[in-house]
Structures are given as C-alpha cells and as structure tokens.
Design a protein around this ligand. Structure first.
Ligand SMILES: Nc1ncnc2c1ncn2[C@@H]1O[C@H](COP(=O)(O)OP(=O)(O)OP(=O)(O)O)[C@@H](O)[C@H]1O
Length: 271
C-alpha cells in the first residue's frame, strides 16, 4: 500500500511544528524518518495513524484520506509499534500482543484460536515466545520493546509504523528488528536515530529539520557528510567497512574540527 503525505502542516501549542511536508512512500518500501530531536518525526507519524490532525494538507493510504477512514478500518490498515504505557503493566505478554487483534473483533469480541496462533507466531518471530506468560510490567526495556513489535506484527496491516523502535535494544536485537522489518511484505515507515542502521536497511530515508522535509531518497544519496554536518551539527565522514563491502558513517564533535584539542604531552606515543 502506498502512503502519501501531501503538504502536511501541523500546529501544536500555537506553533507550526510541521510545515507543508510532502512525502510519498511506495508500496512495500521501508522508509527511515530521520532528523534531530524535535524535528517533527513523531508528529508526522501520528498524522498517519490519526493521533494528530493536520492543520493543512492530507495523508492518504493509496487514494483514501486517513481522516475519512473508519477507525477500525484504519487500525486494520496501519499497524503501529507504540512504546508501552503504564496501562499495559498489569497485563501478560500474551494479553498485550492480543490487543493487536482488537480491530478484527466486534465490541464484545473474544480472541479466537486464529488470534492466539497469530499472537504466538508474532512472539516467535521477535524471539520472545519464552516471555508469553510474563507480566509486561516486569520486563526489561528491550524485552518490552520486542513485545510491542510482536503486538504490531499481530495487528497485521499492510502499513507498519515504528517510532524509535530500537532505542532500548542491544545491538543484536537492533539488527534483528531491522532484519525482521526488512523482510515484511508491507510498507514500513520508521523514525530512527541511528543513521548507519537506517542506511543499511532502508530503501529510502527522509530527513526532517525544524518541521520541514529537507531531503528524501536512497540513503547513500541523501546521507552525505555535508548534509549530516548541516542538519545534525556533527562532523561526519565515511569509513570503509571492507567486511560489509560498504562505508559507514563515523561522527565527531564539530568543535573538535574547528578548534583541535591541544596535545597532552603525557600521552605522546613513545618509540
Ligand atoms: N503536545 C504538544 N504540544 C506542543 N508542542 C508539542 C507537542 N508535542 C510535540 N510538540 C513539539 O513539536 C515538535 C516536534 O516534536 P516531535 O515529537 O514530533 O519531534 P521528534 O522529531 O519526534 O523528536 P525526538 O527525536 O526528540 O523524538 C517539538 O518542538 C515538540 O516540542
């Protein structure tokens, strides 16, 4: 399913936090949404699952305006990996993952055998089936995050939205999450902070700065050292990674470049 943000503007607290953002995500593509803190990534994602209503512009799923879709239809179409909230602390892992099946039930619907199978499958895919009977409130940050991915997978829509999905994960689970997401047969939009992770796994990246879209395209075209320097205010350069047959971004403080640190005589190499 194709996702179109068409000149989307959002006002919050009397301030325009998104300014006419236009972005088209092709069906089946994995797009990384990048940008400094406060640049508007979460707000843009929220317009897609209708937690924020644009002051101007339109968000479309194929040709459908999300504001005109029925809530249940939207929930069956856009799966969202949320951060867990305190309301889930008293539920078991299985109960939380089954919440992803709610859009498929009537008001008093019960979980079916199919729902249970889908929930168990989702937990197996994220490597968390062993947690199935644990209370969510007792889990570590990374364990909770994998459970929330399982819930989004159980939701099963053709569009998947992830907001900083890897911030609690150790490096192995970061790579695993990106691998799982990359193999899904759906359109994925993920707010990410790790530029190398985005570069290695996304088809395209979109860069926001101060509520405006400043670049969109394949990661290698977009994430130039100049762009990274300008938008993220850090020094950036590519270093070869022969094992992966690609280059990776390395970062440093801009100040270190402008004003090199004085050499400390005690640490001079000998010999
Ligand atoms: N409820 C709100 N009321 C007023 N301003 C808000 C509200 N929510 C967010 N903002 C502001 O909107 C701007 C964009 O916030 P948003 O959370 O979308 O950024 P982000 O790029 O996701 O940031 P981060 O990387 O820190 O998660 C920020 O300046 C933020 O302070």
């Amino acid at each position: 399913m194709r996702v179109d943000f068409d000149a989307v503007s959002v006002e919050l607290g009397g301030r325009e936090v998104l300014h006419r953002v236009s972005l088209s995500v092709e069906s089946g593509h994995f797009v990384g949404l990048l940008g400094p803190n406060g640049s508007g990534k979460s707000t843009l994602l929220r317009t897609l699952y209708r937690v924020r209503t644009p002051a101007g512009g339109q968000v479309r799923l194929d040709e459908a305006d999300v504001l005109r879709m029925r809530r249940r239809e939207l929930a069956r179409t856009v799966s969202v990996m949320l951060q867990e909230t305190s309301s889930e602390f008293d539920l078991t892992v299985l109960e939380v993952v089954l919440l992803g099946r709610a859009p498929y039930h009537g008001s008093f619907g019960r979980d079916t055998a199919v729902d249970l199978r889908i929930a168990h499958d989702a937990l197996r895919r994220v490597g968390s089936l062993d947690l199935v009977d644990r209370m969510v409130g007792e889990l570590s940050g990374g364990q909770k995050q994998r459970v929330m991915l399982a819930r989004a997978l159980a939701q099963g829509g053709p569009v998947l939205v992830l907001d900083e999905p890897t911030n609690h994960l150790d490096i192995a689970h970061q790579l695993e999450l990106m691998r799982i997401v990359g193999t899904l047969d759906c359109t994925v939009i993920a707010a990410l902070h790790d530029l190398n992770l985005a570069s290695a796994h996304c088809d395209e990246v979109a860069v926001l700065n101060d509520g405006r879209l400043v670049a969109f395209g394949p990661p290698d075209d977009v994430l130039t050292p100049d762009l990274v320097r300008e938008i993220f205010a850090v020094d950036a350069r590519y270093l070869p990674d022969p094992a992966a047959d690609r280059a990776v971004l390395a970062f440093g403080h801009l100040d270190d470049i402008v004003t090199p640190l004085p050499r400390r005589s005690g640490h001079r190499p000998t010999g």
